[in-house]
Structure formats: structure tokens, C-alpha cells
Design a protein around this ligand. Structure first.
Ligand code: GTP
Length: 352
């Protein structure tokens, strides 16, 4: 039975879209040292997938959806934390001694942490814990150039965890580290593949560095989307949109692959994130797909379906792309048509 601290630390796992937050969270939750962790997952989009991708769904896991934790769903965050505390007090859920929040890839960490300190109930039971920010070694430099959210996340972190160094050019890592060091000299920088990385240390953090992070970030503000100012101070109109494509029928893998490749080749810069759980023809298990701008990760077979709902769902977060056109092209090219149509279609007979 874990010891319940007087003030339960609330750790924040932040980092830009697709930078590896859920992957790191899964690793943390698999570590016995962190088994007594309640988890709040916040996603920017119409349909959250991360709680499926973590492949752990229980009473100590809460999904905060349909908005960004630092602005539109801040009230939901307060309610969720109060509810977790109340259910723990009444013995309705397994006791937990820390909370981990995985924020959206667009969230400003500062309002989330200040919410915990400002709320009249929460501040008696919880305290801000360490902030862990994942930074993608492939896309991170460009994201820092263009998206102010990425700078805010890195500036407030106690730990900057470099991800995807295995996919990046060897020299990309040095430049990125240097840049992160200038942005946040107090943070510890570690590569996610470094054998010395201890997830228990990540959550321990230090009050001293956290205080510095909070102050340096206090001038930042959050907009859920739309008009933003870049780190360089230039006006930047970022039309972030999130939408989900959902399909009842099984998807033809070849047709889908061609469609996705064409989309990324043409519009990769503007596809900030694509992630999906797909029901592929001839496969019993769901397949998870991930893309971040021009980088498409190797698809992964998941353990199994978590419910009877076997629809494919693909979440997009785009910057200035027309969702209607994208949906139309998806339906035209990527969705497996019913059998009689398929038989007559050269596209769907390819590679068979
Ligand atoms: N090769 C490699 N792939 C990684 C690494 N970290 C994450 N990925 C992959 O990157 C993709 C996105 O990872 P996620 O963990 O879902 O990223 P995220 O930050 O949670 O994404 P959002 O919640 O959408 O912002 C997945 O395909 C991961 O398997 C890494 O260090 N190396």
C-alpha cells in the first residue's frame, strides 16, 4: 500500500505534437517504481486516442477531452483532480501517491501548474511536481522556430527529454541541445535512449529548478489556437485545426498507404500530427499509425481491441489545411469500398 503524501505531487508531461509523450508515459507506467500513479490524459481533438495507445485503462486514468488543458478544459482539470482525491479518500480507487498529466502537444504548461496552486481545494491536497518536456530530435528545431508553444514547453521544464535521436542526423542532436540549454539553462537534458535515464528521477524533480521554470514562463499566455506570435516575436497566424476521420469498414492497407504518402509528400509541413488506430482488412488486431510532419513512423500492431468498437479512427492536427478537402480525398482514395466496387477497381487490386 503506497504512502499517501500530504500534498500529492502533480507531474506534467509536456512536449510538442508527436514528440513522444505517450511513448514515455507508457514506459513510466510500466516501471514498478511508478505503479502508484494516477494519470490524466488531455488531447487536443474531437476524439482522444492516447488512452488506447497507452494500453492501460482503469479507474486511476482520466481522459480530459475536447479542448486544451491550459485554457478550455481547465475547469475539467480541477474537477478531475478533485474527483480523484475524493474517490481515493473514500477508498473507491486504488490509492495513488502521484498524478501524471499528459498534456496536449499545444498546451502551455504554466496555466496548468498555476491552476493547482490557485484552486482553493486542490492546493490543500496537491502540489506541482516536476515538468518533463519531450523534444523531438528530428522536428524539434523547426518546431522551436515556428511554434511558440514549443518554446513555452521547453522553457518551463525541469527535464528536457530528447526523443528520436535514433532517427535524427548525428549532428542535429548537438545543435538542439545547445539551443535548449540557452532557452532553459536550469533544466537537465537527457536522451530518452540513454541507459542512465531513470523514470523515477524524472518524476522526483527539484523544487529549486521548478520555481525557476515557473518564473521564466510566467509571461506566457495560452490561446487554444489561431493567432499566435512566434518565439522570434513575429506575428504568425497558425490555423490549427483538429478533426477525426472515422470509418466503419476495414481499411485496405495498400490504398491507405498510397494516400498517406501522397498527403505527406504534398502537405507534410502542415500535417502537424496524424495518429490513428486502424482496422486493417485481414488483421485481427488494430494497427497504430503515427506521423509528425514529414516523418511517418513504422506502424505497430497493438495488443488487441479494447472494446467492441472496431472502427478505424484517425486524428489529424493540421496547420492551415482544409479539413473538408482532406476528408473527401480520404473517402475517395483510402477507404476500402464494398467488394463489388473493389473487384472492378484497378487501384484496389494493385499489389495483390
Ligand atoms: N524511432 C523513435 N520513435 C519514437 C521515439 N519516441 C516516440 N517515437 C514514435 O513517435 C510517434 C509519436 O509518439 P507519441 O508518444 O504518440 O507522441 P506524443 O507526443 O504522445 O503525440 P501527441 O500526443 O499526439 O502530441 C510514435 O510512432 C512513437 O513510436 C523515439 O525515441 N524513437
Amino acid at each position: 500500500m503506497p504512502e499517501i503524501p500530504e500534498f500529492t505531487p502533480v507531474n506534467l508531461l509536456t512536449g510538442f505534437l508527436g514528440s513522444g509523450k505517450t511513448t514515455l508515459l507508457r514506459r513510466m507506467l510500466n516501471d514498478p517504481a511508478l505503479s502508484d500513479t494516477a494519470v490524466l490524459i488531455n488531447e487536443f481533438g474531437e476524439a482522444g486516442l492516447d488512452h488506447h495507445l497507452v494500453e492501460r485503462i482503469d479507474d486511476n486514468m482520466v481522459l480530459l477531452q475536447s479542448g486544451c488543458i491550459c485554457c478550455t478544459v481547465r475547469g475539467e482539470l480541477v474537477d478531475a483532480l478533485r474527483d480523484l482525491h475524493s474517490r481515493r479518500e473514500r477508498g473507491l480507487i486504488p490509492p495513488f501517491s502521484r498524478v501524471m498529466i499528459e498534456s496536449t502537444g499545444l498546451a502551455d504548461p504554466f496555466p496548468t501548474l498555476s491552476t493547482i496552486k490557485a484552486d482553493p481545494v486542490l492546493r490543500h491536497h496537491f502540489r506541482p511536481g516536476s515538468v518533463i518536456a519531450t523534444v523531438d530530435a528530428v522536428n524539434g528545431a523547426r518546431q522551436l522556430d515556428v511554434y511558440v508553444e514549443s518554446n513555452r514547453q521547453a522553457a518551463i521544464a525541469d527535464w528536457l527529454v530528447l526523443t528520436k535521436s535514433d532517427l535524427a542526423r548525428a549532428d542535429a542532436d548537438d545543435g538542439l541541445r545547445e539551443r535548449l540549454r540557452r532557452l532553459n539553462p536550469d533544466a537537465s537534458i537527457i536522451d530518452v535512449h540513454d541507459p542512465a535515464l531513470s523514470v523515477a528521477e524524472l518524476v522526483a524533480g527539484s523544487d529549486a529548478t521548478r520555481g525557476a521554470g515557473l518564473q521564466s514562463a510566467s509571461g506566457f499566455y495560452c490561446e487554444d489556437s489561431r493567432e499566435l506570435v512566434t518565439a522570434a516575436g513575429e506575428a504568425h497566424s497558425a490555423a490549427f485545426r483538429s478533426f477525426v476521420l472515422s470509418v466503419d469498414r476495414a481499411i485496405d492497407w495498400t490504398a491507405f498507404g498510397i494516400w498517406l504518402t501522397m498527403l505527406i509528400n504534398r502537405h507534410g509541413e502542415r500535417v502537424l500530427r496524424v495518429k490513428g488506430i486502424l482496422n486493417i482488412e485481414g488483421e485481427d488486431r488494430p494497427v497504430a499509425i503515427h506521423g509528425v510532419q514529414h516523418l511517418v513512423h513504422t506502424p505497430v500492431h497493438m495488443g488487441g481491441w479494447s472494446s467492441q468498437d472496431r472502427r478505424s479512427r484517425i486524428v489529424f492536427i493540421v496547420d492551415g489545411l482544409d479539413a473538408t478537402l482532406l476528408k473527401r480525398s480520404f473517402e475517395a482514395f483510402a477507404v476500402a469500398p464494398p467488394d463489388p466496387v473493389r473487384a472492378a477497381s484497378p487501384l484496389y487490386n494493385r499489389n495483390r
